[in-house]
Design a protein around this ligand. Sequence first.
Ligand SMILES: [Zn+2]
Length: 198
Amino acid sequence: MASQEIETLTAALSRLPGLGPRSARRAVLWLIKRRDAALPQLLDALGAVHERLLECTTCGNVDTADPCGICTDPRRDQRALCVVEDVADLWALDRARLFTGRYHVLGGRLSALDGVRPEDLAIAPLLARVEQGGIDEVVLAMNATLEGQTTAHYIAERLEGMPLRVTQLAHGLPVGGELDYLDEGTLAQALRARRPMG
Ligand SMILES: [Zn+2]
């Protein structure tokens, strides 16, 4: 039987995406063995995230300021808005400055299976941002999954009749279709070849 401390940490880590109980146990053992070398660094990093990170109330990005660095960057194209499912997708697109406009994070995708409805996502705030005007193009950068595409079509419908272009990434149907698994070259290509939403 492991100690209560180990059990508690293992349980906490096993809730992380991609980590099951088995990987969590291995991570805990790794940390224990490197208690002095690795733990202080990890504690500092976790503490800093806990204390300083905020969700941008404009776009949903995570940063140390609200509005975030992207929303307030004057060098960015204010007329282009890229809509993504999650912050991880924003990071993937922004890693190499592939997109020079600003973003809007939905916080997920529509899913009948998981009971995710339009009102569960940041769709109303998106429409409010667009209605304020000044935006010429909305790029729908949803994942190439069934749910991602359903979400893109729903949003395109809601934007219909507004004086702007609605485009979507030209990625076909790569395996899984998750944006943040695509390499920068593929993402850049998908962005360059973006096409009007049909
Ligand atoms: Zn922001």
